[in-house]
Structures are given as structure tokens and as C-alpha cells.
Design a protein around this ligand. Structure first.
Ligand code: GDP
Length: 298
């Protein structure tokens, strides 16, 4: 019983999955946690447990809900994307090691999330360690002005271990609860507005771009301009590698058919013809060149 709404243009606005970025201090377990979460995803199981890093993966919950994780941990990626206007993340999972506690990059992550106005769910990791002290971490966070749920605030804290894989289901539940409160919705009809989260060159298939649609629907065969690159979408695959005709909001997909390699944070614009695509791409290239020159001069 999905509540339907209509936007001004008369196109449908529907609930969409949440997109999550994992941040935290170096060595606190961001990569390990992403790997552990990825293993709970159907795609990872289908691929025989082989964990692939393609920029994003989807965890489908028994309830039917799904969570999209961006699998490029780190603040550089987050900042780069934001600097280019790609507000693709809805929620930050802040990883804090239970033995180490709050560290400089923990605070940096908090300030990134705050300035982007993105809510935080805290994952206290490494709780399997004998030296783990989650209570100390909570007090540290509280002294940073974090209003934790168990202290009457609204920031959820979950104790996990990426190594023993305990607490992952609680973390996923906490993310879904936060997402529910945010009432995430997107326009489904019409041309897609999408962002690249990762791109790489494949020997056989050429440039591959992992993209997440923010609004609208990306359809196979469309002409696109991606950053300053262009092409015609030859194939769209979901994160398990399955071919699909279209990509809807918040579901990451890998697109084939670009002439060159885009960058993380590049936006995907759909245009009507190849000529338009070439022209727009050339125009953007000139603009990027100018911007780069200006930066060098300054
Ligand atoms: P990142 O720099 O935040 O991505 O951290 P990594 O995922 O690379 O983890 C850093 C180190 O901490 C590695 O040696 C991991 O094996 C270890 N580690 C990560 N998560 C856990 C955990 O839950 N428990 C324990 N005991 N070690 C962990």
C-alpha cells in the first residue's frame, strides 16, 4: 500500500531506498564493515561470495526494503562528490572503534556530515575485542554534542563487530528506521538525473560507470553526457551483473557505452540525440579546461 503522490508535472513520486556512506577514522574498520555488510547482500551470494568493489552494493532486507551502500569509504570521496554537487548520500554510518574511541577523523566525518546536513547512525565497531569499551565511546560522542538515543536524543548507536559479524542486522535495522523517518521519495517518470559513484575501464567492455539515479528513470539506448564524456547506453546491469532495461531511483547500476572514462561525482544527463551529446560534452570539456587553468593561476 504505497502512498502515491504527484508532482507539478504530473509524474509520480514514490518512496525510494536509502543511500548510505560509511565514514570514520582510519583503521576503525570501514572497509571490513562494508565487506561484512556486502556479504549479507543477495548479489554477493549469487556471485558465490566473491566480493567485488564496483562503487556500490545493495542489501535487501527480509521486509522487502533495501539499502544501497556506497562502497568507497573515506572522506575524500565524500568531499569530492559534494564539491561537485553530487549530494548522493542520504545517511552516514559513522564507524568508531570501540577500543580506540573518537579520533581526529571521527570528528572530521561528523563535521562533513553536519555541513552536508546528512543524519548519522553510529556503529561502534570492534566490540569483539577484549579492550573494547563502547560506553567510553558513547560518553566521548556525548561530549561532542551528540544526542544519543539512549540518553534521550535521536542519534542511534549500534554495537557491532565486522570480524565476528555481530550486530550487522541491528545496524541495518537502525539505518532503515532512520530512513523511514526521512520519508525518502523520488520522481520515477521522465528523464533520469543520476550521479557516477565509480568508473573503471574494462578490457572487453570499455568504460564502465557505476551510477545512482536520483530521480527519473535511466533507460537502455539513451544518449547521455556524463561529466565531460558522452555515449549511448549499450547495457545496464544491476550490481549482481544481471542485465536490465532501466534504472530507477537509488538503485545502483553499471552502465556501458560511454566513449571515455568519467569521474566519481560526475552527473549523468540524458539528451535526445548523439549530436546533442557530442556538443554538450565538448562544451563541458572547454569549461573544465578553463576551470582547471583558473585553479592553476590562483
Ligand atoms: P578502515 O581503514 O577504516 O577501512 O579499516 P579496516 O577495515 O581496514 O580495518 C583496520 C584493521 O582493523 C584491520 O586489521 C581489520 O582486520 C581490523 N578490524 C576491522 N574491524 C574489526 C572488528 O570488528 N574487530 C576486530 N577485532 N578487528 C577489526
Amino acid at each position: 500500500n504505497v502512498r502515491r503522490q504527484h508532482s507539478n508535472e504530473g509524474s509520480e513520486i514514490l518512496p525510494r531506498p536509502v543511500v548510505v556512506t560509511v565514514m570514520g577514522h582510519v583503521d576503525h574498520g570501514k572497509t571490513s564493515l562494508l565487506d561484512a555488510l556486502r556479504q549479507t547482500s543477495v548479489a554477493a551470494k549469487e556471485a558465490g561470495g566473491i566480493t567485488q568493489h564496483l562503487g556500490a552494493f545493495v542489501v535487501s532486507m527480509p521486509s522487502g526494503a533495501s539499502i544501497t551502500f556506497l562502497d568507497t569509504p573515506g572522506h575524500a570521496a565524500f568531499s569530492a562528490m559534494r564539491a561537485r554537487g553530487a549530494a548522493v548520500t542520504d545517511l552516514v554510518v559513522l564507524v568508531v572503534a570501540a577500543d580506540d574511541g573518537v579520533m581526529p577523523q571521527t570528528l572530521e566525518a561528523i563535521s562533513h556530515a553536519k555541513s552536508a546536513n546528512v543524519p548519522i547512525v553510529v556503529a561502534i565497531n570492534k566490540c569483539d575485542k577484549p579492550s573494547a569499551n563502547p560506553e567510553r565511546v558513547k560518553l566521548q560522542l556525548a561530549s561532542e554534542g551528540f544526542l544519543l538515543e539512549e540518553m534521550g536524543g535521536d542519534i542511534q548507536v549500534v554495537e557491532v563487530s565486522a570480524v565476528t559479524k555481530t550486530g550487522l542486522d541491528n545496524l541495518e535495522e537502525a539505518i532503515l528506521l532512520q530512513a523511514e523517518m526521512m520519508e525518502l521519495k523520488a520522481r520515477v517518470d521522465g528523464h533520469a538525473q543520476a550521479y557516477v559513484v565509480e568508473a573503471k575501464l574494462d578490457k572487453g567492455r570499455g568504460p564502465l560507470a557505476t551510477a545512482i539515479v536520483k530521480a527519473g528513470t535511466l533507460v537502455c539506448g539513451q544518449h547521455v553526457v556524463v561529466g565531460s564524456e558522452w555515449g549511448r547506453i549499450r547495457a545496464i546491469r544491476d550490481m549482481s551483473g544481471k542485465l536490465t532495461e532501466r534504472a530507477r531511483p537509488a538503485m545502483p547500476v553499471v552502465i556501458e557505452g560511454l566513449k571515455g572514462l568519467p569521474m566519481a561525482g560526475d552527473d549523468v544527463t540524458v539528451v535526445e540525440t548523439e549530436e546533442r551529446a557530442r556538443m554538450l560534452s565538448a562544451g563541458r570539456r572547454r569549461k573544465y579546461e578553463k576551470d582547471r587553468l583558473r585553479q592553476i593561476m590562483e
